[in-house]
Design a protein around this ligand. Structure first.
Ligand SMILES: C[S@@+](CC[C@H](N)C(=O)[O-])C[C@H]1O[C@@H](n2cnc3c(N)ncnc32)[C@H](O)[C@@H]1O
Length: 200
């Protein structure tokens, strides 16, 4: 491993940069089910069999297989900065037999998808890692259909953890209306609805 890569991995322990794919075993740890299971998160999203769903920062796909299972006639798009993470997620999803999933690499500060393409978008332990958070939220607003749902799950231990009130201030400032939250201050899911643009 190069010294630069090693430095970037070590920086993560103090909350700088993005979560490196070399540590994916930590987010795949079965003990994580005590905090949040993929089934619980999926139950909190307004999914129908034909939903079009965007998962930003899926990492190695801890949640993705269950979401793909819930949208058999729809589509799940995985979008991550690290191709290695997308590859790990792809292996899990293909092993489970799902073909309704797309894989796109890039920076969430500017999502490369069409307007109103998705019904639901969600991020788990990701927003804190994205340098351009406002760009990310504005992109999410653009790619969600009118009244589409945007969901976040945040939990500790995560050096980039965002408390619910701080998240709400940020997200509501970008024309999303708060819908509901579940869990506790250190382990919560929050959902928002895309509001209509103001009248000209
Ligand atoms: C802590 S991991 C969480 C992975 C997954 N959501 C989970 O909870 O198991 C954060 C993920 O977000 C991705 N990520 C971080 N910054 C990003 C950015 N600017 N654009 C796209 N993905 C990003 C990382 O590559 C990593 O896969």
């Amino acid at each position: 491993m190069s010294p630069t890569r090693l430095r970037s991995i070590l920086q993560r322990t103090v909350g700088q940069g993005y979560f490196p794919h070399q540590l994916a075993f930590l987010i795949d740890n079965p003990i994580r089910r005590l905090l949040i299971t993929p089934e619980t998160l999926a139950d909190r999203l307004p999914l129908t069999p034909s939903s079009r769903v965007l998962e930003v920062g899926p990492g190695s796909g801890y949640f993705s297989v269950e979401i793909a299972r819930r949208v058999p006639d729809g589509h799940l798009e995985l979008f991550d900065l690290q191709p290695e993470m997308l590859e790990k997620a792809r292996q899990k999803i293909e092993a489970a037999g799902f073909r309704n999933v797309g894989y796109t690499e890039g920076d969430a500060g500017e999502l490369p998808f069409g307007e109103t393409e998705f019904d639901v978008a969600f991020l788990v332990a990701v927003l804190g890692e994205v340098p351009d958070k406002l760009g990310c939220l504005r992109s999410l607003y653009r790619v969600l259909r009118p009244a589409g749902t945007l969901a976040f799950h945040e939990h500790h231990p995560d050096p980039d953890f965002s408390p619910l009130q701080r998240l709400r201030t940020l997200v509501e400032g970008e024309r999303f209306a708060f819908l509901q939250s579940w869990g506790w201050f250190w382990n919560y899911t929050a959902t928002f609805r895309k509001s209509s643009p103001p009248d000209p």
